[in-house]
Design a protein around this ligand. Structure first.
Ligand code: NAD
Ligand code: TYD
Length: 350
């Protein structure tokens, strides 16, 4: 029986991975370790929090003693590592937070795994979730492959690049079985409204300006978060140790085109006149070091395992908007900060 430590499981992508594993694998024990930073929200997991194969542990991945005791308490057999500081704009303001969690936190986890799994590395997996941002920026053409040279430009991507290197170094040096995947921009339910898509949805609902950075022609490759969780499930079970896999949506959008599509879909759903929400679009000062274009070549995971996105962007975006419109309390709690007291309320007497 696998006893999987999922780090960062209260965050956006982590909560989808936790839900998938808890529901799909009743014989696995899923231990969600999360420090509950501003981005960690246990309200993302209320539907599965009482499942018999699920446990939440409030813990910081930098805290070797805390992670070691979780290993001992549950006999952790595998790790899916998602915990991170994840927002580029915050990394520009506070780079050290990114070094501490993304670099030192990852090395701390690797160290615990190295110690606890000593002598039996072949039967355990350390799966590290990373981003396409480590590859830097593309021009008008080309795609990131698994062989593309790392060239990070923001403190966020630099810290993720460093963590990826450490994970591979532990495979090469100590023989810890590792898998790394680098994914493009995710979107979907539970997305924290500081990132482009949920921020725009929230502002459209509230008739607030839609801040588009620079000329709006920056390009990202978008993937529905549930399709990322499916890919993670696949690579956790079938990925080859020591390998890297790119995951992407085959779905490039210029920011301004994406925001216009969002405005169109939301006008329809909110019963507004066509063109109403687009009037809120406001061009604002650019992000420093802003990468022009990201695009993933996901042919390796496609050829090896047949994985490809299951929904079109229009469908995924429509589902995402519907989720936000029918989960207004979640959005209110996130924007008001009320979600931070959920842990005390739910767990203080457990
Ligand atoms: P998120 O910011 O929504 O969630 C991060 C989670 O990690 C939060 O629950 C937070 O409380 C937790 N956390 C932060 N610091 C911690 C620490 N020191 N100890 C324990 N827990 C801590 O992030 P996300 O968007 O869900 O991203 C998850 C992972 O996927 C990250 O590693 C990120 O780099 C990667 N990724 C994200 C995207 C994307 O588009 N969001 C794309 C590719 C890869
Ligand atoms: P973001 O969601 O922060 O993801 P990342 O920077 O990791 O790709 O931003 C996606 C794109 O949207 C990026 O080009 C920056 C841009 N952006 C805006 O134009 N306005 C905004 O308010 C935000 C948050 C992002």
């Amino acid at each position: 029986m696998k006893k999987i430590l999922i780090t960062g499981g209260a965050g956006f992508i982590g909560s989808h991975v936790v839900r998938r594993f808890v529901n799909k694998y009743p014989l696995y024990l899923i231990v969600n370790a999360d420090a509950l930073t501003y981005a960690g929200n246990l309200e993302n997991l209320t539907d599965i929090e009482d499942s018999p194969n699920y446990i939440f542990e409030k813990a910081d991945i930098k805290d070797i003693a805390a992670i070691s005791s979780i290993f001992d308490k549950y006999g952790i057999t595998d790790i899916i590592h998602l915990a991170a500081e994840s927002h580029v704009d915050r990394s520009i303001l506070s780079p050290f937070d990114f070094v501490y969690t993304n670099v030192i936190g990852t090395v701390a986890l690797l160290e615990v795994a190295k110690e606890k799994w000593k002598g039996e590395y072949k039967s355990h997996l350390f799966y590290h979730i990373s981003t396409d941002e480590v590859f830097g920026a593309l021009g008008d053409t080309g795609l990131f492959t698994e062989e593309t040279r790392y060239d990070p430009h923001s403190p966020y991507s630099a810290s993720k690049a460093a963590s990826d290197h450490f994970v591979r170094a532990y495979f090469d040096t100590y023989g810890i079985q590792t898998v790394v995947s680098n994914c493009s921009n995710n979107y979907g339910p539970n997305h924290f409204p500081e990132k482009l898509i949920p921020l725009m949805i929230n502002n459209i609902i509230n008739n607030k300006p839609l801040p588009v950075y620079g000329d709006g022609k920056y390009t990202r490759d978008w993937l529905f978060v549930k399709d990322h969780a499916i890919a993670i499930d696949l690579l956790f079970h079938q990925g080859r140790a020591g390998e890297t896999y790119n995951i992407g949506g085959f779905n490039e959008w210029k920011n301004i085109d994406l925001v216009n599509l969002l405005c169109k879909q939301m006008d329809e759903k909110l019963g507004r006149q066509p063109g109403t929400s687009a009037q809120l679009i406001t061009y604002v000062k650019d992000r420093p070091g802003h990468d022009r274009r990201y695009a993933i070549d996901a042919s390796k995971i496609n050829k090896e395992f047949g994985w490809k996105p299951s929904v079109t962007f229009e469908e995924g975006l429509s589902q995402t908007i519907d989720w936000f419109l029918s989960n207004k309390t979640w959005l209110e709690h996130v924007t008001s900060g009320a979600y931070t007291s959920y842990y005390d309320h739910q767990y203080e007497n457990r």
